[in-house]
Design a protein around this ligand. Structure first.
Ligand SMILES: Cc1ncc(COP(=O)(O)O)c(C=O)c1O
Length: 361
């Protein structure tokens, strides 16, 4: 089998032991003579997967009472709309902390559905960092404050949870969920498309503080109401069953690696290997993010010219490294080092970067 170093930004690498288990039980799930894709979502087998996924997710986050984890469809992009549809009341103005392309998208969607504003933005700083506390101007009655914990395109990450007082805090964690320990109890709602750190595309995880539902708007279509999915344990309609099954296996893998603390240790090491090369290159590689806001999931950098970037990507490709081209909107190079990516892959990339700088610097 051809082996690659997979730095794709999403859909992204899955843990090899998970893929092996999927392969082993694909034709015969638990002796039923069929795959999990071919049985009812009301079967005891699927209900077992669904409830184990919610329980493990909550345990990994250190959450118990008062929170639900939902598995829904539509990607994080649908959450950009569901959050304001459910929690932005008429007359209310939601606050968004704008740190890059994904936060911009979330704000734009909310503005199409109600009133929302940028309570802070680092756009003038080319989205190279998150805002400082004194740059965040929250409305006194904001129905919620939204942030994007990791900007996948710019490679910017929040390394602390901002203080928003008693306003409900909502986070798009699509590209750094379950990558390090954090205080999940500070959030009223967290959402994440699965296709980076959790599993295949097609399933979106939502972590919701149940008591917040009392404030939800009632006039929302059934499938777009959080209450529908809470009441029905994510089984109101046919769920993305295969995606949830793989996600559940990924959660088990994270658990066996030492949970979120284990993930953080692994991810910090991986990112450090790459940032060290950038910092030690005498300016040949220029990281996009300021060091205080550097992402441990998406490492973004430029080379001295676009021609050199093209040559770098070609060399990387020849060495079996895939997914390194920066997002089409910003160019440059982006190495996505999500949970499943190994230290060995990051070391291989670091060594190629050093060689390339020596030859071309
Ligand atoms: C931070 C962030 N938010 C939202 C999205 C959109 O997710 P989806 O494609 O699941 O709608 C992405 C996709 O890359 C992302 O990285």
């Amino acid at each position: 089998m051809k082996k690659v170093h997979n730095f794709n930004a999403g859909p992204a690498m899955l843990p090899p032991p998970v893929l092996e288990q999927v392969q082993a039980e694909l034709r015969d799930y638990q002796g039923r003579g069929m795959s999990i894709m071919e049985m009812s979502h009301r079967s005891k087998e699927y209900e077992g997967v669904n409830s184990q996924a919610e329980a493990t997710f909550k345990r990994l986050l250190g959450l118990t009472e008062g929170y639900r984890v939902l598995f829904v469809q539509g990607g994080a992009s649908t959450q950009f709309a569901m959050v304001p549809m459910n929690f932005l009341p008429p007359g209310g103005v939601a606050d968004y902390l704008v740190t890059g392309s994904w936060a911009e998208k979330a704000l734009e969607e909310a503005r199409g559905l109600g009133q929302a504003r940028a309570a802070a933005s680092t756009e003038a700083d080319a989205y190279r960092r998150v805002p400082h506390a004194n740059e965040i101007k929250l409305g006194p009655d904001a129905p919620y404050v939204h942030l994007t914990t990791n900007e996948t395109i710019q490679g910017i990450q929040w390394h602390h949870v901002p203080d928003v007082g008693d306003r409900p805090l909502v986070a798009d964690m699509s590209s750094d969920i379950l990558s390090h320990p954090f205080d999940a109890g500070k959030f009223a709602l967290i959402y994440a498309g699965a296709q980076k750190n959790l599993g295949p595309s097609g399933v979106t995880a939502v972590v919701l503080r149940e008591s917040w539902l009392a404030r939800a708007n009632k006039n929302v279509p059934t499938m777009l109401r959080y209450a529908t999915h809470v009441k029905n344990n994510s089984l109101y309609n046919t769920p993305p069953a295969f995606g949830v099954y793989v996600l559940n296996l990924v959660l088990g893998w994270i658990d066996r690696q030492g949970g979120l603390a284990g993930m953080a240790e692994r991810n910090e090491l991986k990112a450090a290997v790459l940032y060290e090369v950038i910092d030690g290159s005498g300016g040949f590689y220029r990281g996009h993010a300021l060091s205080e806001s550097r992402s441990r999931m998406n490492i973004t950098f430029r080379l001295p010219s676009e021609a050199l970037e093209k040559a770098f990507l070609a060399e990387a490709q020849a060495a079996g490294m895939v997914g390194l081209a920066g997002h089409r909107s910003v160019g440059g190079i982006r190495a996505s080092t999500y949970n499943a990516v190994s230290l060995e892959s990051c070391q291989a990339l670091a060594s190629l970067m050093k060689d390339f700088a020596r030859k071309n610097g």
